[in-house]
Design a protein around this ligand. Structure first.
Ligand code: C2O
Ligand code: CU
Ligand code: CU
Length: 490
């Protein structure tokens, strides 16, 4: 059954690919492996603009976002229907510092309800932007909180139940950078030596708009065109010896195995929830949807090198694709040496006797045999707890994201994760037929009536029900906490 599904998917993919190739005049439409042709890497990488906050007399920094429809020429010469924040595709980068009081005004100018979730942010459940914080068409939602977490690369995207895959695929996503006041010694000039890279794969209709059904097949969409910050076939000119890249996997389903074409080494300096204690040398890293990684790479004057993703064996990582051409200027400005220590990030350890919760991922539409129900509270967690969550995956590839927490991978089938992925995270890969154990540190905002989510971040799975809800409550009140809530169905 599963095998048949996979075969059918391959067949459909090839068929879809050749029509796209014909439609966009690819170099070699006969090449069935990469019918879209190798992009020329002649388009300058778009850098999402920083969103300027308005500072009120009260000191609160106000950020305005508008979800809107528009037209974008993602493929050259084809102006196509897309969605974006404050523009036609993707969104601006939000940047805020620890201690900032922020207030977002998110206006929905789409023709359907949506939500905006701050993925990776530590905040009260009402401000989280999950499926309960619906923004109706024409309405404005104004969450506010105080930024209080270590420097990190996070992001924001819609989270309407059953529609997240579609809304995100059409272009609603942006980066959210958090700074703290500790000097890191890392490159940090946005757009100069500190570069956001939002990785997304798409298929395109003949008119150039994102095509395909993100809710079909085992995993939804695996695209044949790779976009970085919405740019197809991009190049980036670098002007410094060392460059920091904040890489976000903003794809619906695709897992990337990233390396440079010449297999040069680079350093991982941060995971989802912040900097590692020290840089970790690598020459290849993997990233599943929703995960972020910060890396620092070194370049020599005048050289060119491609950043690429290579196939793996887990279905969501099929295909070798070049993603970005990096062109080093003829003269490079000196960069400070990579610091030996980055942050005092300590391992997350669960106390002896910590509560263990088990979650079973079976198929693609349920956790522990239960499909997501907006009115059911699945787990009640005491504020400030550190627990062990065991995620057992019985079949094909999944990953697992928990809102509001910092977590660390203890082991995958008993084996420690690679050093580069041992930092503080909020989203982790759960390979086929494996069990991942996590040490999860929960926050201190309590609200027995407003849940946070945990789910597979393959959006096709999330939307079809592989998601659950937890509330954080005052310790000692767990037993009194109601297990059902009023759900706003959209
Ligand atoms: Cu990035 Cu609940 O999601
Ligand atoms: Cu999230
Ligand atoms: Cu999944």
């Amino acid at each position: 059954m599963h095998v048949d599904g996979m075969k059918r998917r391959h067949f459909l993919t090839l068929a879809a690919l050749s029509s796209v190739a014909a439609a966009c005049g690819a170099d070699s439409p006969a090449d069935a492996v990469r019918p879209a042709g190798k992009p020329a890497f002649r388009t300058r990488l778009r850098i999402p603009p920083l969103l300027e906050p308005k500072a009120g007399k009260d000191g609160v920094r106000r950020f305005d976002l508008t979800m809107q429809r528009g037209r974008t020429a993602i493929l050259p010469g084809a102006l196509a229907g897309t969605w974006g924040f404050n523009g036609s595709f993707l969104g601006p980068t939000i940047r805020a510092s620890r201690g900032d009081r922020v207030r977002m005004a998110v206006t929905n100018r789409l023709q359907e309800a949506s939500t905006v979730h701050w993925h990776g942010l530590r905040l009260p459940a009402e401000m989280d932007g999950g499926p309960h914080q619906t923004i109706e068409p024409g309405a404005t939602w104004t969450p506010h909180w105080t930024i209080d977490q270590p420097a990190a690369t996070s992001w924001y995207h819609p989270h309407p139940h059953g529609r997240t895959a579609t809304h995100t695929y059409r272009g609603l996503a942006g980066m959210f950078i958090i700074d703290d006041d500790r000097p890191t010694g890392l490159p940090e000039r946005y757009g100069v030596d500190d570069i956001p890279l939002i990785l997304q794969d798409k298929r395109f209709a003949p008119d150039g708009s994102p095509a395909g059904d993100p809710l079909k097949g085992t995993f939804g969409i695996l695209g044949d065109h790779m976009l970085v910050n919405g740019t197809y076939g991009p190049f980036l000119e670098v002007t410094t010896e060392r460059v920091r890249f904040r890489v976000l996997n903003g794809s619906n389903a695709r897992m990337y195995h990233l390396s440079f074409a010449d297999r040069r080494g680079f350093h991982v300096v941060g995971n989802d929830q912040g900097l590692l204690a020290a840089p970790v040398p690598v020459d290849r890293i993997s990233l599943t949807p929703g995960e972020r990684v910060e890396i620092v790479a070194a370049f020599a004057a005048g050289e060119q090198v491609l950043l690429r993703t290579l196939s793996g064996s887990d279905d969501i990582d099929e295909g070798d694709f070049d993603l970005l051409k990096i062109v080093a200027a003829p003269r490079l400005a000196a960069s400070p040496p990579l610091p030996a220590r980055l942050a005092d990030t300590a391992p997350i350890t669960a106390p002896p006797g910590a509560r263990v919760r088990r979650f079973r991922l079976n198929g693609h539409d349920a956790i522990n045999g239960k499909e997501m129900d907006l009115s059911r509270i699945d787990e009640v967690v005491p504020a400030g707890a550190t627990e062990i969550w065991e995620i057992e995956n019985t079949v094909y590839a999944h990953n697992f994201h928990i809102h509001e927490v910092a977590l660390q991978v203890l082991d995958v089938d008993g084996e420690k994760p690679p050093a580069y992925a041992s930092g503080h995270k909020d989203t982790v890969y759960v390979p086929p037929k494996s069990t991942v154990r996590l040490a999860v540190r929960f926050g201190r905002f309590t609200d027995p009536a407003t849940p946070y989510m945990y789910h597979c971040h393959i959006l096709r799975h999330e939307d079809s029900g592989m998601m659950g809800q937890f509330v954080i409550v005052r310790p000692g009140t767990e037993d009194r906490t109601p297990r059902t809530i009023a759900a706003h169905h959209m």
